[in-house]
Unconditional design. Sequence first.
Length: 141
Amino acid sequence: MPRREEAKRRIVAPWLSRARSDLGAAGHWVGEGSLFSSAAAFHCQQTAEKLIKAFLAWNEIDFPKRHDLKELLDLAASINKRLADELRQVIAPAPYGVELRYPEDQPEASPDEARRALTLARQVRDTILPLLPDLSADTGG
């Protein structure tokens, strides 16, 4: 494997591993019911964010250390406009990230919203992973 690709794999693998972890936590908490709906929705947003950042990193696009999915999709559009447009449709109805971290900013996510966020996070995963190399051997699964 060329050194450049090896370096990219080392950068991208942790993003994918953490996205998988966030998605797993979200799925577990959705199953636990309303007590964890906001936490589940937050981790769904984190899943989407980390997957987009993995895509950007693989394509050697620098990104800010912020949580703005729109900004990340603007960067992704410079590589793949169709992907960015498709993901905008998925992500637009799901403002479950940092907005839900502070009690005064937004109401708690409902169980239905958490389930919807989980569906959307899975759509982001299913859209982005085929565009990246299989790193399962690099990330332990």
